[in-house]
Write a protein that binds this ligand. Structure first.
Ligand SMILES: Cc1ncc(COP(=O)(O)OP(=O)(O)O)c(N)n1
Ligand SMILES: Cc1nc(C(=O)O)sc1CCOP(=O)(O)O
Length: 528
């Protein structure tokens, strides 16, 4: 009978993860939550203890009709009659294990390269543990982090084989759907995900496993977000905005800006107005520049667990490869990435850049004007003159639908900016009518939304639509406040007033004062 690999629990008995609880109790809770296969992995215990614990675990897993595999130790599997083993590249050779174990024993093999995968298939492995998906504190001595792109390359090359496949490493509730979706190749997808800490270390392993099972088996292919729509979605979201702004102020998020030189100074000033820390330096590590167009630097910068903004306003012949390196580094670490495809439809070179970036990386948020979003969508693109959107041919419902469909396709969040902003996570569509016409008369005000969104996506990771909505509202209400000042006579006097108003909201939010928000949001949900 084929093994159900969909929710694969790998155990860990270290105090940081098991937290002194009884392993069998934790595993039983996880089984109640929907785990479909269990691997007992214990690197420290003596053989006698391994056998005792494996025996107890087996009694539990048998009650739930779920196979128990033993990590590395064929002798322990034989001793307790486990259903199989999981072997790494440095463990017992497959052919020897095959000879020792019963005929129907399940044997899984760890693979991180195509060669390893092909060899394991040729040997007759039942499934491959493909990883490391994302860097993880649970196992720091992994060979290589391959992300969804590396996993997809392996799946694509082995698509003729019926071998089972699970991804492992750094998988949690917020990225599991993205992992499954982004790793799939046209002919082969992952059969499941292998999880350690997100279940074993969870306060409630049963609830954690249940949530994984729900996300993995979700019938809606677009349901990357775990948020179900509510009766009055806009109102429910607005309720949470002030506390998200407070959280952003407290968290001091860092944003790595790969931004065009025309607006870099303004965007830095906007970000400084809303953050307590300097945007241009990472003060915790000395003075590394964070406005860095140099792709190789992302390998270090992504370790600060902030967001990456790709703004392709001033594209050069080297930009795309730099962007690709940075996106890969942030995707691999699972940190938020924002794409602002400035001028996407303006030239053939930009259209190609959009294609290359969209096919090679994952963006948590795509933000652009109507022309840019239409180009990213790919059908009926419009010719942009410069970076402006050009004349709109879409009504409000059509814009909302385009934002929703693009977010659905990419399992991410899309923000289409304009007099009315349309924000969607593929499920919910929110229209925002705050802001002021002066914003459209100052270069960089649109680009700064990308950076602001990065701050909020970093600070609030559980609901990306709510995070971006909070950022837009803070930004656009500040613009309204600035424009209403008596001394503001036009775009020139607007800019300093705007920075002051962002700063004023940040200061108020930092003191727990939410009055800046009361009655100010002009937001409604768009029903499609
Ligand atoms: C399902 C699954 N995939 C990969 C691994 C890693 O196994 P290995 O390479 O042997 O490393 P250790 O687990 O021994 O540290 C796994 N255990 N399970
Ligand atoms: C056991 C293991 N093997 C890995 C590999 O890459 O082969 S990563 C890993 C640990 C995965 O733990 P978590 O789900 O807590 O990130």
């Amino acid at each position: 009978m084929p093994v159900d690999l969909s929710l694969y629990l790998v155990t860990d008995s270290t105090p940081a993860i098991l937290k002194g609880r009884d392993l069998c109790t934790v595993v039983e809770e996880a089984l109640k939550g929907g785990v479909t296969i269990v691997q007992y992995r214990d690197k420290k215990s003596d053989t006698g203890d391994l056998i005792d614990t494996a025996k107890r675990l087996h009694e539990v897993t048998k009650r739930y009709g779920v196979p128990l595999l033993i990590n590395d130790r064929v002798d322990v599997a034989l001793a307790i009659g486990a259903e199989g083993v999981h072997l790494g590249q440095d463990d017992m050779r497959f052919d020897i294990a095959k000879k020792l174990l019963p005929k129907d024993a399940i044997i899984g093999i760890s693979t991180s390269t195509l060669d390893e995968a092909q060899k394991a298939i040729a040997d007759g492995a039942d499934y491959l543990g493909i990883g490391t998906m994302f860097a993880t504190p649970t196992k720091t001595n992994t060979k290589s982090v391959i992300g969804t792109a590396g996993t997809q390359a392996i799946l694509s090359a082995i698509s003729d084989s019926s071998v089972g496949t699970v991804a492992i490493g750094g998988i949690n509730h917020s990225n599991v759907q993205r992992v499954l979706y982004q790793s799939q190749s046209p002919k082969k997808a992952l059969d499941g995900v292998a999880i350690v800490s997100a279940i074993v270390a969870a306060d409630e392993p049963k609830a954690s496993a249940e949530q994984f099972a729900k996300l993995i088996n979700s019938p809606a292919p677009f349901a990357l977000t775990t948020q179900a729509p509510r009766a009055n979605e806009a109102e429910a979201l607005l309720h949470e905005v002030p506390q998200i702004v407070r959280k952003m102020v407290e968290v001091h998020p860092l944003v790595h800006n790969m931004i065009n030189f025309v607006v870099a100074n303004f965007v830095a000033n906007v970000a400084l107005s809303i953050l307590m820390v300097l945007l241009l330096t990472i003060n915790r590590s000395g003075a590394s520049p964070i406005m860095s167009p140099y792709g190789d630097e992302a390998t270090d910068l992504c370790k600060f667990d902030g967001a990456l903004l790709i703004n392709m306003g001033t594209l050069t012949s080297e930009s795309v490869s730099n962007y690709q390196k940075a996106v890969k580094a942030y995707n691999t670490r699972g940190n938020p990435v924002i794409y602002d495809p400035v001028g996407a439809a303006a030239t053939e070179i930009r259209r190609n850049a959009v294609y290359q970036l969209m096919t090679g990386g994952y963006f948590d948020l795509i933000k652009g004007n109507e022309g840019e979003i239409r180009q990213v969508w790919g059908s009926s693109p419009v010719q942009q003159r410069g970076v402006d959107s050009g004349p709109s041919t879409l009504d409000g419902q059509q814009k909302a639908k385009l934002a929703r469909d693009l977010a659905r396709r990419g399992r991410n969040v899309v923000l289409m900016t304009g007099a009315t902003d349309y924000l969607s996570d593929g499920e919910r569509v929110i229209a925002v009518e705050n802001g002021h016409p002066y914003l459209g008369q100052v270069t960089g005000t649109g680009c700064a939304i990308g950076s602001i969104s990065g701050c909020f996506l970093t600070a609030h990771r559980s609901d990306r639509l709510l995070a971006v909505l909070s950022g837009i509202l803070m930004y656009e209400i500040a613009a309204e406040n600035a424009a209403s000042k008596e001394y503001v006579r036009g775009p020139g006097s607007f800019v300093p007033a705007f920075l002051d108003e962002l700063y004023a909201i940040r200061t108020a939010a930092g003191k727990g004062d939410d009055s800046w928000f009361v009655g100010r949001a002009k937001v409604h949900e768009v029903k499609l």
